[in-house]
Design a protein around this ligand. Sequence first.
Ligand code: GLN
Length: 537
Amino acid sequence: MTGGVVSSLGKGIISASLACLLKARGFRVTIQKFDPYINIDPGTLNPYEHGECYVTDDGHEADLDLGHYERFTNVRTSRANNVTTGRIYQSVIDKERRGDYLGKTVQIIPHVTDEIKRNVKLLGKTGEYDYIITEIGGTVGDIESLPYLESVRQLRWELGDNSLCIHLTYVPFLKAAKELKTKPTQHSVKQLQEVGIQPDILVLRTEKDIPVAMRRKIAQFCNVAPDAVIQSIDCASIYEVPMRMHDQHLDEIVLRKTGVGVQGEPDMHLWQHFLDKMHAATEEVNIGLVGKYVELQDAYKSISEALFHAATYNDRRLNLKYIHSEKLNPANVDEQLAGMDGIIIAPGFGQRGIEGKFVALKWCREHDVPTFGICLGMQCMVIEYARDVLGLPEANSTEMNTTTPDNVIDLMEEQKSISNMGGTMRLGAYDCHLVPGSTAAKAYGTDHVKERHRHRFEFNNDYRQRFEEAGMRCVGENPATHLVEVVELPDKRWFVGTQYHPEYSSTVLNPHPLFLDFMRAAVAYHEEKNIEKFAEK
Ligand code: GLN
């Protein structure tokens, strides 16, 4: 899967939609993303550069598209599903130092391209999949993408009919001329052909319906079969895209072109059930997300998607308000949070915006609004409670203040000797035991869960007894290390903080139980307020 004309066309969504359809036809599918930048992984990237950093079960800090892959396919991804130029080069240079190249001059072709091809084929070697979709990040024509496209060209020869190329382009609508324009697509395909790749299928992103005659013209100019030119028109929800792709037989074309017979229809009835609920939901649920990256909504992608899944299954339309933590203060918190049925306190790093999170948390506690703290959000719950209830006004995390007298959140022991920043946090899935009867245990319906982490700091167990006695209960714990993973205030409507990131594992067909339960509480609170309003009248 390559992309042309402009970035951000949604290659990830098209890849995920195709995978979703093939999976619904009974095939075993996974998707991998190759990112042409030199960072080893996006873990050290600022969210302004690259949006959210997604984390796989095996502890890889990954591109956020892997989140879409999991949400659409229900198939877990791993380190092997996301490779960057940095990792390719690192591996080539390691081999050179080991002497593996036996004195040869190490070059882009064949050494870097061989390394790319080896990685492309890696998941196929496991025998676990029938189809592997490989998304090449960036846009055709980028200097960085060239070794990847050359690898695709070579792979087409090696794999023959076992491979095909889908190219995603853009057909802009010129308002002044009132016309859709195909030229950028023609140029983009030409660029692909210049490096030796003939696309088999074209997917055209568009805001308006592209007439059949125009699609035929594109097919002719681009040397593609007329029925293999598909449009991807803007949808109200990304979750409708698989259906729109199926309407135009994308899954069937792929099966035919790879020599697999087309039998029957994909079983999309559970997916359709979700879409039906989504379309039927008219009443809103108002959720506020308190964080510092509000201008950049990709920074909280998995959280907003998990909230959307949970709202839909609760038959509500999600009205998500992003609340800037840096701008929140005691004078405006009432006006900012009023009307919210539930509040999320977002994950994050560093001091900026942290005081606003404490202001929000105090307000949430005092107004008894359903509140969900995630990672840094959970740590803020602990700090705010220590300051306001335990009477420790200078309580803090040592991330924010290294000399705080009350380090209720502290650097984990094993983090103290670490100096390299890349890939060294506590990452990936860890076990967590839940106290039976706690809100969290009831929500999950089990006392033993496994969830993904991404942090260096942790609840300081020296303070545990004082918190428990005052009313904040530590209801989730790692059985091996006794690290506190979940805290809650049982006397509130719903007040839970998780050190881990449950949002990473919410999918369309498997919405996350904690998000579902939080949403249930938010909806109940919304109803309660309505009844009160009605009674007042
Ligand atoms: N900055 C905090 C830590 O490292 C929380 C990280 C997060 O929210 N992902 O522990």
